[in-house]
Design a protein. Structure first.
Length: 66
């Protein structure tokens, strides 16, 4: 009996990932992590910004910061 072959899912087959933009306070498909607020007795609180908010405010994604 032959095993079925499955093609890998392309990016267009998946639903877009929606994050929350902490600057304009709304959902966005382009939001990325730009900062994290340190807290004493808890993990850092992540802050996300969408592409337009990053451009307007000069925010740099955390992954691209030195």
């Amino acid at each position: 009996m032959a095993e079925p072959t499955h093609a890998p899912a392309s990016r267009t087959d998946r639903a877009p990932t929606v994050q929350w933009c902490d600057w304009h306070k709304g959902p966005s498909e382009t939001a990325v992590l730009v900062d994290a607020i340190e807290r004493n007795s808890a993990p850092p609180y992540p802050l996300y910004a969408c592409a337009p908010c990053r451009e307007q405010r000069g925010l740099i994604p955390l992954a691209d910061q030195p």
